[in-house]
Design a protein around this ligand. Structure first.
Ligand SMILES: [Zn+2]
Length: 101
C-alpha cells in the first residue's frame, strides 16, 4: 500500500495517545484575512514523549480517524488498568490465605 494511502486510511486498530487541539496562528501576510480577522486554525494531535510535549498537525479529514484511535487507546488503557488491579487483588488474596494460621 502506498504511504499516502496508508496515512490517509489509518489502520482500524491504530492507537493514538494525546489530545486533539486547535492551533491558531496569523500567517503574517498583510493582505490575508487573518491580519485583521480570525487566525488560521489547524487541528493537531498534542502528545507527550520522553517528558516533552509534541504536536502533529492534521488535515480536517484526518480528525475523525484520530478521534477514533484516541478512543481505542483510552479503552485499551482502561482495560489494562482493570486487569492490573484484578492482578493486585488476586495477589493480595493469595497472601491473605497464606498468612492465615
Ligand atoms: Zn493568514
Amino acid at each position: 500500500m502506498p504511504a499516502t494511502v496508508s496515512a490517509r486510511h489509518a489502520d482500524a486498530a491504530e492507537l493514538l495517545r494525546g489530545s486533539l487541539v486547535t492551533l491558531r496562528r496569523r500567517c503574517g501576510k498583510p493582505n490575508c484575512r487573518c491580519a485583521h480577522g480570525d487566525p488560521h486554525e489547524t487541528p493537531a494531535l498534542s502528545y507527550s514523549e520522553a517528558g516533552r510535549t509534541k504536536t502533529v498537525t492534521l488535515r480536517a479529514e484526518d480528525v475523525p480517524a484520530v478521534e477514533a484511535a484516541l478512543s481505542r487507546y483510552e479503552q485499551a488503557r482502561a482495560q489494562l488498568e482493570a486487569q492490573a488491579l484484578a492482578g493486585i487483588r488476586a495477589l493480595a488474596a493469595r497472601r491473605a490465605r497464606r498468612a492465615r494460621p
